[in-house]
Design a protein around this ligand. Sequence first.
Ligand code: B12
Length: 435
Amino acid sequence: MPSGSACSRRMLGVALGIGVLLALVGCTATEDCVAPQELVSQLLQRLGGSVSLEEAANPSVLLAMNLAGGDSEGPIHKWLLQEIKEEVVRRAQKDMTSGQVALHVLALLSSCQDPQRVHALEQTLDLIRVLQQKTDEEMAKLEADGIPKTSLYSVSLDTLALCLAEAGGAQGPSVALAKQVLSPESHLSVDTRAMVALALACVYDYVELHDVRDLLREALFTVSNGFLDEQEKRNGMIGNIYSMGLALQALEATRKFYAPRQWDCAQAFSVVSAHDYQQPTAIAQVLPALVGRSYLDVAGLDCAATKDTSPNRQLPLSPVLGTHGIPRAPIQVHYSITNTLQGKHFHYSTSVTVPSGSTLLRVMEVAAEENPEAFSFQTEQTSWGAYVTSIHGLAASTEDRTYWQFLSAGDALEEGVSTYKPHAGEHIQAVFSTY
Ligand code: B12
């Protein structure tokens, strides 16, 4: 783990609230970008507490714990690692997307495991081979149709994982990704550009062909300077609060591509530390950046020190925090669903009453209880919470690149339905859209 900078140690001495701590940051961009240990420990603890025996193991969580220096001999680590190995042996070939396979590869590498030989359930799997096959399928579709099978974000994850595992097959996709970020027609999100930058920064160090190196350097220069410009213009913010983790990791990993320009990391850190991240995946994306690391550091972890011992099943279960017994005032939320994209068009509106502090998911459930004909819907559990797959019988499709988008007063929500809490009188729209 990198040693704390002089500035973070100075701040630690001042025992104040976390937000205030970082507001006091007097660090300059020349000092290490490391957040106060207190903030890091709090987020690590929250991450550990999120791990539950009832839910699927989240590879991003294991990856972040390993990068942020959590106790790799602890029961949570061991349980996550064992579950992740079993999960890939069971599911990788059959029903994981390329990006999910890549995330599992990163998690295994960060735990000093060889992804080419994953032993679990009395089987051995070459997960790199699976990743190469799935990446080939993404690339075939990208070359034929101009869009990958899943998303450019996933293709970037694939490229990063292949590169960090020092397996073949990262260079082709890296060239395609570089062209995408340089194309004036492509409007990639901050999250996607950040993941592209991480992948390209890894591949860059292995490439010998001058043309390819030049292309990657130009793409990395463009993405990183774009982030620095946006941070300057928007007072520290790059994208939204949930893209900050990956954007900061990318700025950490691409320093040589924007040098001699400097990064005011203290300004960016003050934005993320003022936010109270709750979702495990959100914490997992921001934590590496807060300890001055990025996913690229998976390759440099000290694996000699790690022993492979059998998993300890005594996982302390996270306490379930409830709000039982606290009466909450009822609020009214307006909710509408619209499809003018596909098949028979429809539009339904309703107003529902829920206790204040309820999630949008609760609003949708009440609407569906009151009028199932119109408002019934389906969700799938993902690492970011409940993803709405279908409303009024109309299902999103990866094939057609359609999804149910959620908006409030015309602006896309920055959180999903199981996290977002509408306020009294708010108008929430679900609109069937393309991406
Ligand atoms: C690609 C992407 C999408 C695609 C996914 C489809 C596809 N085929 O790829 C589309 C465009 C459909 C999408 C939709 C939404 N997204 Co999105 N998405 C991403 C992105 C860029 C990458 C996800 C990914 O591929 N991960 C890698 C794979 C391997 O992991 P995975 O777990 O299998 O990924 C799946 C889930 O993440 C799921 N998913 C994608 N977005 C969201 C959002 C929520 C709330 C949930 C529960 C699931 C989910 O789709 C992925 C592919 O199957 C992330 C960025 C990030 N920082 O993670 C944002 C991100 C996860 N999305 C976000 C949001 C807010 C949304 C929307 C709620 C936006 C809206 N206003 O409607 C909707 C979801 C609405 C719904 N129906 O429930 C936020 C979530 C923040 C939060 N705190 O919850 C992120 C972090 C972007 C951001 N910085 O704001 N998204």
